[in-house]
Design a protein around this ligand. Structure first.
Ligand code: ATP
Ligand code: MG
Length: 578
């Protein structure tokens, strides 16, 4: 490519609203431009990288036996009603109406549409297993679009869906896909881990996320320093306490005045109690019904675990007003003892659902809110004073927690989720009646798996992992160009002739090459080569020509070398292992 004719608008400064390294560098390197919040143009050099990631993904999906399809981005409400997700998906689902008033959504994912296709086209056990995938646009009206294309609203995703006769076959294919994902991210040159994950809104029974390790990642991963265990912190298991109860004698409940003290720390200081002895309460609304979640005073509640323990549905923190209605007190004074019953909108009185973290089981004579303003209760004992539906794992893992597999020491790492594999079970096939006839001609629900890769997010993640002060450092497989040439005196016929000859030879040898013959100062052009991250750079100048050489430098290297022009292609090919 000749840069003088190429749309590569590099910037010295990133736009003020670029909020992480990759967002800054992608804009500065002329890869993307923001159109609206979370919505971007991909410019030629950016699209080259995106297409390379896409090609690797496509090759690995094909190798795993998946077949490519192309599904609509505008999907009918009717299908989403059949799975109940029209309601469940909430505001992230962009809803639209056509001129006749028929409702649609813009695809955030495609379980409904693909299951609908397969239920119509696949009838017999002979046609299974089947895996279909697409690489297509998704739209999610993210609450906080940020980090450029990393958390965008419109983005490119590879989504694959597999259909099986039974659970064993789905499990076996899950492993095939996990291997395919490992190949994809290895080939993209990324440092990553597959971690155990929460199933989230899509649901299902088994799931792993693929995380690119980067300090700037949004996700926290709990890893074991001894064994292979790695899990998203949302999911990382916290072991149940060894003590099942307490040997301390239960004392009488006692109300204590704690005016204006709403935090565990403040109340603990006032009452001279240890935070470990507190029962911390939080109120939520789960599908319109109130829930009180309890964790130990020195622990943090994990909302993903709470959501899973409740069996799904929407989960919103109760508002100040809802605290008053549910517990009859302001935030900070609610507790599990004598929780008032809750009046549903249709006038029924129901118990507030109560769930407790298992670390609370051995806590005798604990402290919590009294469900009255400015009052707390002392000497709360499980069983006598409160009885949760269950004691389960509800808290956030801590660095001091041992590995739940081997008891080893854990470490926390930061990661960017680039892929996700789920075993879905029969959730969608049951809801949408995607059935096949078995050998006895009996209808059986298909067992499904689904597998996503954030193709556009991979591009940003690669930059978060590979950059320096000068710009992007691409992994070889996804660099937009492999080589770049800067003819220093671009008004000199001999320099231009030699540089153009090298350019033609490199391209002819299948090495994607960019030549920067723009009427810019050499310093500006060197800077742009580094900013865009061209891995191999040649400089041809009046200084190098007398010896028929070019100066060669690898991106990020300190030293430059002189290569004979006649050998440049062969040498670079050797270096590239071609
Ligand atoms: P996240 O937790 O980051 O919101 P998710 O769990 O919603 O991700 P999935 O539904 O599993 O994501 O989607 C599959 C893949 O699509 C993710 O692994 C991620 O790489 C990518 N992805 C999801 N949301 C976005 C987004 N807003 N922008 C870019 N890529 C995204
Ligand atoms: Mg999401």
């Amino acid at each position: 490519m000749r840069l003088s004719k190429y749309l590569l608008p590099t910037l010295r400064e990133a736009p003020a609203d670029a909020d992480n390294i990759s967002a800054k560098l992608m804009q500065r390197a002329g890869m993307i431009r923001k159109v609206a919040s979370g919505i971007y143009d991909w410019l030629p050099v950016g699209l080259r990288v995106l297409r390379k990631v896409e090609r690797i993904v496509r090759e690995e999906m094909d190798a795993a036996g998946a077949q490519e399809v192309w599904l609509p981005v505008i999907q009918p409400k009717e299908l989403w009603m059949q799975t109940g997700r029209w309601q469940v998906y909430g505001k992230e689902l962009l809803r639209i109406e056509d001129r006749k008033g028929t409702e649609f959504c813009f695809a955030p994912t495609a379980e409904e549409v693909i299951t609908d296709l397969v239920r119509r086209e696949v009838r017999s056990w002979r046609q299974l297993p089947l895996c279909l995938y697409q690489i297509g646009l998704k739209f999610r009206d993210e609450l906080r679009p940020r980090f450029g294309v990393m958390r965008a609203r419109e983005f490119l995703m590879k989504d694959a869906y597999s259909f099986h006769l039974d659970d064993a076959d789905a499990t076996a294919y899950y492993d095939v896909m996990k291997r395919a994902y490992t190949n994809v991210f290895k080939r993209c040159g990324l440092d990553f881990r597959a971690v155990e994950a929460q199933a989230g809104a899509i649901g299902g029974s088994y799931s792993h996320e693929f995380m690119v390790l980067a300090d700037t990642g949004e996700e926290t991963i709990v890893t074991c320093t001894k064994c292979e265990y790695a899990a998203n912190i949302e999911r990382a298991e916290c072991p149940a306490p060894s003590a099942n109860g307490s040997s301390a004698a239960a004392m009488a409940l006692q109300e204590v005045a704690t005016p204006g003290k709403t935090s565990v720390a403040d109340v603990a200081a006032l009452l001279k109690e240890r935070p470990e002895n507190f029962i911390k309460t939080q109120l939520y609304m789960n599908d319109g019904r109130p829930v009180m979640a309890l964790v130990r005073g020195d622990h943090e509640l994990n909302e993903a675990k709470l959501g899973a323990a409740l069996g799904g549905g929407t989960l919103d923190r109760a508002s100040e007003e809802q605290y008053q209605r549910i517990a009859g007190c302001p935030v900070g004074f609610a507790g599990p003892v004598n929780l008032p019953r809750w009046k549903t909108p249709d006038g029924k009185m129901v118990e507030v659902r109560l769930l407790a973290d298992h670390a609370l089981k051995p806590i005798a004579n604990g402290v919590s809110g009294a469900n009255k303003a400015d009052l707390h209760l002392k000497n709360i004992n499980p069983g006598r004073d409160y009885t949760p539906e269950a004691f389960v794992d509800l808290r956030q893992a801590l660095l001091e927690d041992p590995c739940p597999r081997c008891g080893g020491t854990t470490a926390f790492k930061k990661g960017i989720e680039v892929g996700h594999v789920f075993k879905l079970g029969t959730k969608y096939s049951t809801a949408l009646k995607a059935e096949y006839l078995d050998k006895e001609q009996k209808a059986q629900p298909m067992v499904m798996g689904c597998y996503g890769i954030g193709v556009s997010r991979v591009v940003a993640a690669a930059i978060e992992q590979g950059h320096d002060d000068d710009g992007i450092k691409w992994p070889a497989a996804i660099a937009p160009f492999t080589a770049g040439i800067v003819p220093v005196e671009n008004d000199d016929a001999e320099v231009m002739a030699a540089a153009t000859k090298l350019y033609d030879e490199l391209n002819a040898a299948g090495i994607e090459t960019l030549i920067d013959e723009r009427a810019e100062r050499p310093g500006v052009r060197f800077k742009d080569m580094d900013l865009v991250g061209i891995p191999h750079r040649f400089v041809v100048s009046k200084k190098t020509l007398p010896t028929a050489e070019a100066e060669y430098k690898q991106r990020g290297a300190k030293e430059t070398a002189r290569w004979p022009l006649g050998e440049a292609v062969a040498r670079l090919k050797t270096q590239l292992g071609k």
